[in-house]
Design a protein around this ligand. Structure first.
Ligand SMILES: CC(C)(COP(=O)(O)OP(=O)(O)OC[C@H]1O[C@@H](n2cnc3c(N)ncnc32)[C@H](O)[C@@H]1OP(=O)(O)O)[C@@H](O)C(=O)NCCC(=O)NCCS
Length: 246
């Protein structure tokens, strides 16, 4: 039976989610995209060919739907977990979406509200907490942990045994050395090569990555990572032999 899916946030991240949904449905019809909820669009607007059904607060009019969060950018990433909690949607109503052409180890763990885009690789022992978003061609090394709400841009490579905090933004094509810890709410600029630990809320750029001096994206607003979102990621995913996980 088809399940109805609502995308939170009429943002360009939705391209990745729509691609995932279309690819899953080609394997086996599963998701019907009902539309978007977004505070910045008028009801009845259209976005990427789908209706904008109302503001985020209208979630309660859609009790029988599942949700996925596409809100999140280099300037709003710190608010992602708080936003998901403030909707009042139980975490169980968030869909976990994996592109059939992503390669997720059977020994990895994905939380709820996670999406994994085309061409991603997630290694064995890796754990993605609730609300993590992976853009296309991200590589998450074995045994690496990613905190709630973190958003990872295209082409990022995180090596093994790294620990990425909650609500981080890892910019396009950056890379993170093994065993490195990136604190909550941190931002790694595009192309950065992270070879040392990154503090909570810190912004780093360059090779090797150093603190970004001109903090023109605003002072980091620290959002506690001790949210009730699930950072223990207990959702097992089916084995690779099934080819598709959703
Ligand atoms: C680091 C970042 C947040 C800074 O954004 P910003 O504050 O708007 O920065 P600006 O574009 O105003 O650039 C300010 C300075 O920093 C430099 N700079 C910006 N990003 C940089 C980066 N990733 N690496 C090295 N230098 C960078 C700029 O060249 C500029 O230098 P200048 O003052 O000598 O000219 C941003 O550039 C970034 O990397 N964001 C991630 C983008 C991304 O991954 N997008 C993917 C979307 S799918």
């Amino acid at each position: 039976m088809m399940q109805s899916l609502i995308i939170l946030g009429a943002s360009c991240n939705a391209h990745d989610v729509l691609d995932i949904v279309e690819a899953i449905n080609l394997v086996q019809p599963k998701w019907h995209v009902a539309g978007f909820l977004d505070d910045n669009f008028a009801r009845c607007d259209r976005f990427l060919g789908f209706d904008v059904l109302g503001p985020i607060a209208a979630v309660h009019d859609f009790q029988n739907h599942m949700f996925i969060n596409c809100i999140g950018s280099q300037s709003s990433h710190r608010d992602r977990s708080r936003l998901m909690l403030e909707t009042g949607i139980p975490i169980s109503k968030y869909a976990t979406l994996v592109h059939p052409q992503a390669n997720v180890s059977s020994r990895a763990r994905l939380g709820l509200g996670v999406y994994v885009s085309f061409g991603c690789c997630v290694g064995g022992g890796a754990a993605l907490s609730d609300g993590v978003s992976l853009a296309p061609r991200v590589v998450i090394g074995h045994d690496t942990k990613i905190g709630c709400g973190t958003i990872i841009a295209p082409g990022v490579i995180v090596s093994g045994f790294a620990h990425i905090g909650a609500n981080c933004y890892l910019g396009a094509a950056c890379s993170v050395k093994q065993y490195i810890r990136v604190g909550d709410n941190a931002l790694v600029g595009m192309g950065a090569v992270v070879t040392r630990h990154v503090q909570d809320g810190e912004i780093v750029v360059g090779n090797p990555a150093r603190t970004f001096q001109r903090n023109v994206v605003g002072e980091p607003e620290i959002v506690s990572s001790t949210t009730t979102l699930n950072s223990n990621v207990s959702i097992p995913i089916p084995t690779m032999t099934e080819g598709v996980r959703q």
